[in-house]
Design a protein around this ligand. Structure first.
Ligand SMILES: [Fe+2]
Length: 203
């Protein structure tokens, strides 16, 4: 968010503007102390339903889609522990195809003892924020609005009125999904005030 006025439509891609730009976002690489590399790899394998393309004592590469590795973990001697509040990367987000896939993943991870730290319907997305064992923040999300209606959504005033979102109870969302409520209804942002920014988990 930069406080600028909402866009009336999706901007053209760099390619459509005649520019040479990356074809895709390739991967994220995490560093960790060598003795934790396997633990971090395993966490991402569980969370993303990934498999190792390659793993060894010093780290490895995880794939879960058509990219040979989306996440890599490298163990470096001498890495210092995470400290909250430093400038830099805040989180990495992964989008699911449907709300059903997101709440299924929520429930699956709960069974593994992995729970979100913060859950919020931003308006454009329904988002669950997790911490990996090194306290890197990972967002699992689903788009609330189809791609072709995003511009219309940003013009309808809901986002401008509250660009942060409204918190929700993931257990309740999962229960309502299981009870058969439609994804379209469940993806609507509930009424309510935005949380205070201090409520966002610090990392
Ligand atoms: Fe995000």
């Amino acid at each position: 968010m930069d406080g600028s006025a909402p866009v009336a439509k999706m901007p053209k891609t760099a390619k459509e503007r005649g520019k040479v730009a990356p074809a895709k976002l390739a991967h994220v690489v995490l560093r960790t102390p060598p003795e934790r590399a396997q633990m971090i790899l395993d966490w991402y394998k569980v969370v993303l339903e990934g498999e190792a393309m390659y793993e060894a004592g010093f780290g490895g590469f995880i794939t879960y889609d058509d990219e040979h590795h989306r996440i890599a973990v490298l163990g470096f001697p001498g890495i210092k522990e995470h400290i909250d509040g430093y400038a830099g990367l805040h989180h990495v987000a992964f989008t699911y195809e449907s709300l059903g896939d997101l709440v299924h993943t929520y429930d699956r991870l709960k069974g593994e003892g992995i729970l979100p730290e913060f859950t919020i319907n931003h308006g454009p997305t329904t988002s669950m924020y997790y911490f990996d064992p090194d306290k890197n923040q990972v967002e699992l999300q689903v788009d609330n609005v189809p791609e072709e209606r995003f511009a219309e959504y940003f013009d309808n005033g809901e986002f401008s009125a509250n660009p942060i979102g409204v918190k929700f109870d993931p257990e309740e969302l999962f229960a309502r999904y299981k009870a058969g409520e439609s994804e379209e209804d469940l993806l609507q942002r509930p009424d309510g005030p935005p949380p205070d920014l201090s409520e966002f988990p610090a990392n």
